[in-house]
Design a protein around this ligand. Structure first.
Ligand code: AMP
Ligand code: SF4
Length: 455
């Protein structure tokens, strides 16, 4: 998600920014621009580079914009749900995009429907638009009232013809940062790597429970919630974010490397000769593991750059085939050696099982699997794509059973406290704060309303 205020080539800049954020969602992309009076929209299914042609970019006139790349989780991946949304009413035009998942959305929607609202999608953006319509005052006070109804994890970007608004949930589960252009314009983005792509400088992060307005007079800020916490999604550091991004001023690459070092202390592999990482998301932790264990770090696997993410494939069969097409082993590196294989996480176990088979087929003597995330034993109801116990291997099996199923000679996961130590947020936000760890511990930050919460 990206928002840009007051830049001449706003469509191009939004495109570059979304391109830098492409790893956060590959299903669809969209941009709405504003020329100060009217808004212009283009969106579609697919990667950023496939959705926008020069002709469409030329139509996106104005100096302000919001843009989005979508990762389908609980909201269905239908064309109707492609973001941003553009709403036209007697009050004028309004564009909205969002990330995350609002756990009481069904309750809010049912209430609004009883009051006469009709919904086109099951999106949180539309929910916000309906709530805003019911409230009075200027946009800042309307947003404050509307956001107060919502529980869960979210980040919102809202654009009026001459202003941008940005807010994140009061537990700070989703990242959102503010940057500045040298000529006075502003940018907000889900990850700081987008600032480099558009040529802006990081200013600060949006705070939990804060609403910001960016207009011609600069930035004004207010709070819609008083009781706030910093419970950033741990998977942002572990998997989602790009290594060159900083989340609340902690660099993602460095945090992964530190986690790798903690993992080496917690789960040594005394017989190992080399350490290799699963490209790309396991590489930083593998470097940290190798350094701390005093073992050589080797490139034992290469990734085909032209294939999408395996995790998102709709069937298990396609997923298994996808892993083989995506990664291959450098046999000469692993032949006759005892290998530590580091990956960022195990969800269903498909990736690890396939990779270990590939390494053994290539002649590896032993494979010691090390995972830089704790065991994922519980679903995520905050917008990450594992929302049932059914699909989580760690919810159904012990560590020893998983080791056997994936064919590893040994298996070790980082502990929850090890993860916290490695990332380093506790120093900033206090021991009890800093992370959402619900998918590891089952301790959810909010009340859960959904009936699909089963064990
Ligand atoms: P699995 O094969 O189901 O065990 O998935 C593990 C792989 O999926 C790891 O290599 C991760 O890099 C990746 N992964 C972890 N979390 C997610 C997520 N929420 N969305 C997409 N991929 C993920
Ligand atoms: Fe992130 Fe897990 Fe919390 Fe979901 S439950 S927000 S994936 S840490």
């Amino acid at each position: 998600m990206i928002g840009i205020f007051n830049q001449k080539n706003v469509a191009e800049l939004s495109y570059y920014g979304l391109h830098a954020l492409q790893h956060r969602g590959q299903e669809s992309a969209g941009i709405v621009t504003s020329d100060g009076h009217r808004m212009h929209i283009h969106k579609g299914e697919g990667l950023v580079r496939n959705v926008f042609s020069q002709m469409e970019m030329d139509r996106l006139k104005g100096a302000h914009a919001i843009g989005h790349v979508n990762y389908a989780s609980i909201a269905e991946s239908e064309a109707l749900n492609v973001q941003p949304f553009l709403f036209k009413s007697a009050g004028g035009e309004l564009a909205i995009c969002h990330n995350g998942n609002i756990v009481n959305s069904k309750e809010i929607q049912a209430f609004l429907e009883r009051e006469g609202s009709i919904f086109q999608t099951n999106s949180n953006g539309e929910l916000l638009a309906h709530l805003l319509k019911r409230t009075r005052g200027d946009m800042m006070s309307r947003l404050k009232e509307a956001l107060n109804y919502m529980e869960g994890s979210f980040s919102f970007l809202v654009m009026e013809p001459d202003a941008l608004y940005v807010a994140i949930d009061k537990d700070g589960m989703r990242p959102m940062s503010i940057g500045e252009f040298t000529n006075g314009g502003y940018v907000v983005a889900a990850e700081t790597c987008a600032f480099d792509a558009v040529g802006a400088k990081y200013v600060r992060d949006v705070l939990p429970g804060e609403v910001l307005r960016i207009g011609a007079a600069g930035i004004t800020t207010d709070n819609y919630a008083k009781l706030t916490r910093h419970l950033m999604c741990s998977m942002e550091y572990i998997y989602f974010a790009r290594p060159d991004s900083d989340i609340e001023e902690i660099n993602v690459y460095e945090s992964r490397k530190r986690c790798g070092a903690v993992l080496a202390k917690e789960s040594p592999a005394p017989t190992a000769d080399i350490v290799i990482g699963v490209p790309d998301s396991g590489l930083s932790a593998a470097i940290g593991y190798a350094e701390a264990a005093g073992l050589p770090f080797e490139t034992g696997m290469v990734k085909n750059r032209y294939i999408g993410r395996t995790f998102i494939e709709p069937t298990q069969e396609l997923r298994e085939q996808g892993v083989k097409m995506k990664l291959s082993v450098i046999a000469k590196v692993v032949q006759g050696r005892s290998v530590v294989l580091v990956d960022d996480s195990i969800v269903r176990g498909t990736t690890s099982r396939n990779l270990i088979t590939m390494l053994k087929n290539a002649g590896a003597k032993e494979v010691h699997m090390r995972i830089a995330a704790p065991e994922i034993k519980h679903p995520c109801f905050y917008g990450v794509d594992y929302s049932s116990y059914e699909e989580l291997i760690s919810a159904k099996h012990t560590t020893e059973e998983i080791r056997e199923r994936i064919g590893a000679d040994s298996l070790g996961f980082i502990s929850v406290s090890g993860l916290m130590k490695g990332v380093g947020r506790a120093e900033k936000f206090g021991k009890k704060c800093g992370h959402c760890t619900a998918c590891f511990t089952g301790e959810y930050a909010t009340h859960l309303y959904n009936d699909e919460v089963t064990t």
